[in-house]
Design a protein around this ligand. Structure first.
Ligand code: ATP
Length: 235
């Protein structure tokens, strides 16, 4: 087995006195697409926040390319090659589409992603490049959020519920773009409430329930009743 690109061990996370994650262990191989599923409040976003430096942890709890990054700030984590597409997109509302994309590239990592490459992936964004990002539809805003993360030329990209609140046809478009995004060896961690979507694009999954890993394994072969039990906690 090659060394994992990301390795999480015994990760706890707290909001004040409230414990949101309990001893999470998780690994992603280079080039792997991993799905994180779980009900509302299971801790999926908190896990992504811990990886991307929005929540600080003990250094050794999160290792990336063999280095302990658990205590780094978000900008330091981004510079090392981890990009987050956050839940709710969080674009800069007063900036244009192109300005939002350019901001993503400002950490200056080299790689295949540029404005041209993003516009090739999502041609509608080139048509709308001078518009304020908030004037776009929800699906187009999601494309900007994905493009902004790609502009950082990450080795690992974290997607937090990219289909939330979008029409099925748009979700289909975005998921059809995923292989083109993830190809060429990038690793991805996809948080998704749509279990079928998550399993169909990933090689392995982890299911969280109340801050703990309740089930993990290969996405292709997991039984539906096992997922239901791990997801909802019903017997
Ligand atoms: P969702 O699908 O609703 O986004 P999630 O699986 O991403 O859910 P988290 O957002 O990680 O779950 O939340 C995990 C737990 O932590 C929940 O019980 C939530 O109420 C709590 N929590 C999240 N953010 C905060 C916060 N800023 N302060 C206090 N508690 C929080």
């Amino acid at each position: 087995m090659p060394d994992p690109i990301l390795s999480i061990s015994a990760l706890d996370a707290f909001y004040g006195d409230f414990q949101a994650l309990f001893g999470i262990d998780l690994e992603i191989e280079q080039g792997e697409v991993l799905a994180i599923i779980g009900a509302n409040g299971a801790g999926k976003t908190t896990l992504l926040r811990s990886i991307s430096g929005l929540t600080q942890n003990a250094p050794e709890m999160v290792k990336y390319s063999g280095e302990a990054i658990g205590a780094l700030r978000a900008d330091e984590v981004a510079t090392r090659g981890i990009a987050l597409v956050p839940e709710g997109r969080q674009l800069f509302p007063s900036l244009s589409v192109e300005e939002n994309l350019i901001i993503g590239g400002q950490i200056g990592r080299k790689g295949p992603w540029s404005l041209e490459a993003i516009y090739k992936l999502f041609p509608i964004l080139e048509e709308r490049k001078d518009q304020q990002s908030t004037s776009l539809s929800g699906g187009q805003q999601q494309m900007v959020a994905i493009g902004r993360a790609l502009m950082a030329n990450p080795d690992l990209i974290l997607f937090d519920e990219i289909s939330l609140g979008l029409a099925p046809i748009i979700i289909k478009d975005i998921y059809e773009a995923l292989p083109g995004i993830i190809g060429s060896g990038m690793s991805a961690l996809i948080v998704e409430q749509d279990i079928s979507k998550a399993l169909s694009v990933s090689s392995r999954f982890y299911c969280l329930q109340e801050g703990r890993v309740s089930l993990s394994g290969p996405s292709a072969t997991v039984a539906r009743e096992d997922i239901s039990r791990a997801y909802f906690g019903v017997e």
